[in-house]
Design a protein around this ligand. Structure first.
Ligand SMILES: Nc1ncnc2c1ncn2[C@@H]1O[C@H](COP(=O)(O)OP(=O)(O)OP(=O)(O)O)[C@@H](O)[C@H]1O
Ligand SMILES: [Mg+2]
Length: 231
């Protein structure tokens, strides 16, 4: 459903992706792993039209060349960036409202779904988003993206800076999202969460995919883990 072929990306003259190839199938959770600076966030930004890229990115058979971020989002691609992306002066509820894209058909997700998944957001629904903790803002960003009813969600390091117990919860939420038929491209550095919930694992190094296989295959491949993941 998402197919990336020979993807190159650039920040000005700096060439950071060097021919990335992978795909994400409907209903899959795919982990995109790699060390700092390997090009994972840039890959996400390329899909969303936020960085200059060349090559081929197809979404449901349609090329994304030249599409702006809002156009990509309207095609059903949800993006949760590394930086927590809430409207700080609006309440939790208002933030969720802004996530709705008003497609004129029933969304997979309702406010009740979000509040059932994250009771903490329900408690704080009338609180300004800006005063919540980093983890809460992360959850809100995820929920706001889901309110737009994406068919695939790209989520960049959702567990960064979260306590181990919350990290476990993030895994539970991502599985729930998959159960509703949403594909997930999970950008991560932590092997444990990626290994426990993913159908497939990709490893990136120096702007290329250096491993594409099952989590079990990655666990068994000590060479790839040593060379491209462990510090
Ligand atoms: N805005 C930018 N301008 C110039 N270079 C950038 C910019 N953002 C990233 N880079 C460079 O591009 C390369 C890939 O960065 P990217 O953010 O994709 O890595 P990453 O795998 O997401 O790692 P992490 O999030 O841990 O830093 C790095 O060498 C980085 O320094
Ligand atoms: Mg990154």
């Amino acid at each position: 459903m998402l197919k990336i072929s020979n993807l190159h990306a650039y920040y000005g003259k700096s060439h950071v992706l060097h021919g990335v190839d992978f795909d994400v199938q409907p209903g899959e959770i795919v982990a995109l792993l790699g060390r700092n600076g390997s090009g994972r966030s840039t890959t996400a930004k390329a899909v969303m039209g936020l960085v200059h890229w060349e090559g081929q990115i197809d979404w449901k058979g349609q090329g994304l060349t030249g599409k702006k971020a809002y156009e990509v989002a309207h095609l059903g691609l949800g993006y949760v960036p590394e930086s927590r992306d809430v409207f700080p002066n609006l309440t939790v509820h208002q933030n969720l409202l802004l996530g709705q894209k008003g497609k004129g058909r029933g969304s997979r997700w309702s406010f009740e779904d979000m509040y059932a998944m994250f009771p903490r957001l329900k408690e704080r629904q009338h609180t300004e988003a800006g005063v919540m903790s980093g983890g809460e803002q992360q959850m809100l960003t995820l929920c706001r993206t889901l309110m737009g009813d994406p068919d695939l969600i790209i989520i960049d390091e959702p567990t960064e800076g979260l306590a181990p117990k919350i990290v476990e919860l993030v895994g539970v939420y991502l599985k729930k999202i998959k159960e509703r038929g949403v594909s997930v491209l999970l950008i991560e550095q932590k092997l444990t969460i990626a290994m426990s919930i993913s159908d497939r694992a990709l490893v990136m190094g120096h702007g290329r995919i250096v491993f594409d296989g099952t989590p079990q295959g990655l666990r068994a491949d000590e060479r790839v883990r040593k060379e491209w993941l462990e510090v």
